[in-house]
Design a protein around this ligand. Sequence first.
Ligand SMILES: Cc1ncc(COP(=O)(O)O)c(C=O)c1O
Length: 459
Amino acid sequence: MKFPAEPFRIKVVEPIKTTTKEERERLIKEAGYNLFLIPAESIFIDLLTDSGTSAMSDNQWAGLMMGDESYAGSKNYYHFKETVQHIFGFKHVIPTHQGRVAENLLFSTILKEGDVVPNNIHFDTTRANVEHNKAKALDCVIDEGLDPESEYPFKGNLDIKKLENAIESYGKERIPLIMITITNNSGGGQPVSMENIRSVSALAKKHGIPLFFDACRFAENCYFIKQREKGYENKSILEIARELFSYGDGCTMSAKKDGLVNIGGFLSLNDSKLSEEITNMLILIEGFSTYGGLAGRDLEAISRGLREVLQEDYLEFRINQTRYLGEMLMEQGIPIVKPVGGHAVYIDAKRFLPHIPQSQFPGQALIVALYTEAGVRAVEIGSLMFAHNDQESGKTVYPELELVRLAIPRRVYTSMHMQYVAESITELYRNRNHLKGLTIEYAPDFLRHFTARLKPLEN
Ligand SMILES: Cc1ncc(COP(=O)(O)O)c(C=O)c1O
């Protein structure tokens, strides 16, 4: 089969509301042409994010009923700890209510002003948590990882030369840890190879620098290794994951992705002294060490989700559903980032709408049109999100890439939904010359894309 069918059948359904084009035109106008401000109820297919939007299995829902809500030592915590240790192999397991809290706890404990944290590409919250501690978040991804046209199979890899240069120029004393994000979300959901992880690990060990993974999409990364890297074709996903994590000293994890749950996360690590310090901070800001801001039932759902996500038929469907959407778009000549990543398809809005300059937000124009015409919500990752004023020249600096991300929630939508999305985008592509840019009416100073209000330009 070129594209495998859904390896699950539907037992419960959540009806989705259809709206008319007139209703959507009114809603988008009221929302200031900002998709974050549209009520989710008025969206037909929601591809805003794959985070916290997964459908849980019957086994996970059954697990919720097994919640032990004891303040300390809940039985679900022990199941959770055992599961995380079984897959990730680190000694200590610290539950948190989502990924960024794990990042906050780790960085606020080990970073000091002037430190540097290399990564392939830091995800927004990772970067923000590093910078909040007055340290520098340094991206060291290979050049292919920044080229939307490159078909390199492991575009998430770290550039070993860039990493060596960073260690040499900043000095190992200023680098308290190296991170690897698997898969590399900010670079298009692209995987990192085992060979690259081994090389980064060897370099880190040589300099006595701990290596941590941002493990949100670890199972998707392991599936890509199985598919694309020699020597792994006959290994199970669990075997690949165990080997991968054996090269590191710890990880942060948002279980809202490959934990297949709607909320949850953790930090796991080998260093006992560091774990003790972080646990004391956890108790201060999240909760006792056996629940970390989560209910017992949430811990149970994560434990079950982490085992399910390793199933190969699930991963085969998951990765290929994303590819299915990507290939339908490519067949119509629609420019997307290649190869298709694990959790999302990224449209190159600069090439989709070459007549709209970045100052008029082509990515945003595209997602507004996609919602208005078809009720599909995507997210702009371009000039609305990243353009900023250069302090020295006073000029606006635009990001290199102007992308629209179609992130696919896990086990939520069928292949027919994907066809609907592809057909809607194809229709827009045919009529792309009629699309117009936007201008900002209101924007806050930080993270403006969440609350900015815009209006369409007349010509
Ligand atoms: C790579 C990566 N790291 C960290 C996070 C933060 O996780 P959370 O949203 O659970 O705080 C995300 C969330 O999207 C992510 O994609």
